[in-house]
Write a protein that binds this ligand. Structure first.
Ligand code: CTP
Ligand code: MG
Length: 242
């Protein structure tokens, strides 16, 4: 049993499990099939994502969480992974993944299927930081745009600016997000907890979260524009020859 911040997590034998939430419907993408089952360049987003996790060579266990009616299809697509059914919210799907990993891993990474082009080095940095003693680690990038905070309830097609945020202190956070098993269990102990990422739930429990360098290739496919960019990248990279 690992503890939050347990230095034992650094031991060479600490095993890593990767949970891939892929049970969303992809409403903003607007394709006919759920997002993880959309074609990227001859392979589904899910297949490319799992291949990336396998290539990263950090995990002994890979759990994929998909819509209940697509479990059999996913098992055929990604035979290297354990496949289970997800839930209504992302956090429900992550919890299903945590249950499926059980005690098979000391370190757990949660990695969105929607970030299929994430380079191996990002996985390596996250795992290394957890092994170094941090209970919760996220990859993040500096923000290039100037960011404005707006007044709530702005209406009429214009939004009133309340403040300009200091972007030097902001990071756009990606996945994989890495945790000691106990940190992730604590983060998800409140089953009513909703957040757009798992580190957000950990923060609410008082667990310190650290940022390592992310990568632009870990972009999240959310909109048709993102899919176009991701398809373009795959078409022009060696990934497409696999
Ligand atoms: N996810 C999940 N279970 C859910 C909702 C989301 O496993 N009930 C997963 C998605 O499949 C995705 C990741 O969480 O890999 C990030 O979510 P998001 O990008 O929002 O994907 P969707 O929820 O599918 O998209 P949308 O919000 O546009 O419907
Ligand atoms: Mg969503």
């Amino acid at each position: 049993m690992t503890a939050i911040g347990d230095p034992d997590i650094a031991r060479a034998g600490a095993t890593v499990g990767v949970i891939i939430p892929a049970a969303g419907s992809g409403t903003r993408l607007g394709e006919r099939v759920p997002k993880a089952f959309v074609d990227l360049h001859g392979r589904t987003i899910l297949e490319v994502c799992v291949a990336g996790v396998v290539d990263a060579a950090v995990a002994t266990t890979i759990v994929v969480v998909v819509p209940a009616d697509l479990v059999d299809r996913a098992r055929r697509l990604v035979p290297d992974a354990i496949v289970v059914a997800g839930g209504a919210h992302r956090s429900d799907s992550v919890r299903a993944g945590i249950d499926a990993v059980g005690s098979a891993a000391d370190i757990l990474l949660v990695h969105d299927a929607a970030r299929p082009l994430t380079p191996s080095a990002v996985f390596g940095r996250v795992v290394a930081a957890v092994r170094s003693g941090h209970p919760a680690v996220v990859p993040g990038l500096p923000v290039a745009d100037t960011l404005k905070q707006i007044e709530p309830g702005s209406a009429g097609g214009t939004e009133r600016v309340a403040a300009t945020v200091d972007r030097d202190l902001l990071r756009a956070v990606q996945t994989p997000q890495g945790f000691t098993r106990d940190a992730l269990l604590a983060a998800h102990a409140d089953t009513g907890g909703l957040a757009t990422d798992d580190a957000g739930l950990a923060e609410r429990c008082g667990i310190p979260v650290h940022v390592v360098a992310g990568d632009p290739l870990a972009l999240k496919i959310t909109t048709p524009w993102d899919l176009r960019i991701a398809r373009d990248i795959v078409a022009k990279s060696p990934l497409s020859a696999e």
